[in-house]
Design a protein around this ligand. Sequence first.
Ligand SMILES: C[S@@+](CC[C@H](N)C(=O)[O-])C[C@H]1O[C@@H](n2cnc3c(N)ncnc32)[C@H](O)[C@@H]1O
Ligand code: SF4
Length: 483
Amino acid sequence: MLSPDFVNDYLDSHLAERQVNKIQHGFPSPRFWNELSVPLDEIGADRRQLSRTVGKPAVFLYVGVPYCIKTDPGKCGYCLFPVEEFQGNAALENYYGYVEREAEMYRSQMEGTTLTGAYFGGGTSNLYRAPVYHRLMDLVRGLFPDISDQADLTLEGIPQLFTREKMEAIRDSGMTRVSMGVQQVNEHLNSLSGRKQTTKHVIQSLEWARELGLSANVDLIFGWPQQTVDSMLEDLETLVSWEVYDITHYELNVGGPTDFALNRYHELPSTLANLEIYRAGRDFLLENGYQQLSTYNFRRPGDPAARDFREGYTTRFDHLDTLGLGYAAITFFGNPALPPGRSWSFINHRSLAQYKAAVDDGRFPVERGYRHTPDDWLLMLLFRSLISTEVNRTQYRAAFGLDVYEKYATVWDALAERGFAEITPERIRLVGDGAFYAPMISALIAEERYRELREEAALRKRQSRRPVPVDVSLPVPGAGSGG
Ligand SMILES: C[S@@+](CC[C@H](N)C(=O)[O-])C[C@H]1O[C@@H](n2cnc3c(N)ncnc32)[C@H](O)[C@@H]1O
Ligand code: SF4
């Protein structure tokens, strides 16, 4: 266990440091996903075994798209996701044919499961023409004859690419929700990303969604170049006045060769300024009747179209199975009932050519993965749970036979002393600024294991027997959880 002195020194030295959220990949960082031949047969057999022993396992589906429209600066100035420039509808639909073929490869593994939700993300999933939304849902129904009544089926897109025809097809196909990447309502701030989105695009898309009975979420980013507390609040006021039920307010992840990291770093608010922005945004939304569901997600009760959706977090520890289909899609698969070392995170190819070549050869288009030890899997789920701002001790004990408080007592005690956490016999809750610091707290909790992983990687490098960690660009939020 980390010593109290180490924990306090770590907190003191990291409170003012820029955080990086790990919603997309959890634990560990993809830098350590070194397994180049992920055993899909073993994983398939384990899935089938679970469906015999634990009843109908819940599966969450993620379907990715590689393409985005060109911006200047490129990749919207900040995006860390792997994406490719849109080459027109023929290329997009050709790509989608590959996704259908990949889905077929999973058919027998998915027998006997229940689909609890799906997320069509990207890239930019509303680049598809109207008929393709029906094909997407045909794929879902074909792979999952059993879809939970409460399954949320979300399609993500950018406001300027929605049309009424597309929105109608989305609704008619059976999808239940759209998630709009707005980032900034403020047109000047938004233009720094090179996106050509106007306020009119945003409001028009929201109106169509409402009129057609679709739930709608808006993604905003705080910590944006030139942003102030006032400009952030103005955006939130606008969304609240438009009665948007579901708002996701991400902190900007900065990194890679992006325009914001290279050319606008000096315009970014500091971490402590971000904390001020975060507090003001959170308080404003709470005062206006929103509930905080996670570090980043706020929802106002009463949306007649809403289903249960969790943006990148889970409060469950018993089972996680997110099947990722398509370019760069990530799969998570684990269950405490599996033998040790049989839980996995893996990512599909981030080169479109390699993704297609694998499918053409009849191979699963998996680029690399990580075989979790039981302790790694605990960390994986703890990361996702911390994002929900609450760790349920009772559920954790039921799943793993361990008290999560005792396991990391020095961390929780230090957080409680600083007013960042509340500890009760049933749960540990992040309170006050604790929720804002969830990414930093996750990194602290994983510190000892990361030290081991770094040593193992250094050893491998010396022995040069296995591939060294590659510095992959870290994707950030977007996909939901299987919880
Ligand atoms: C990968 S994007 C895909 C959606 C769509 N293409 C868009 O741009 O809105 C999903 C969400 O991730 C968030 N996101 C992307 N890059 C981010 C970054 N560097 N830091 C924080 N959030 C980011 C944005 O809020 C975005 O809406
Ligand atoms: S932010 Fe969205 S639209 Fe922009 S490059 Fe990333 S995925 Fe594409």
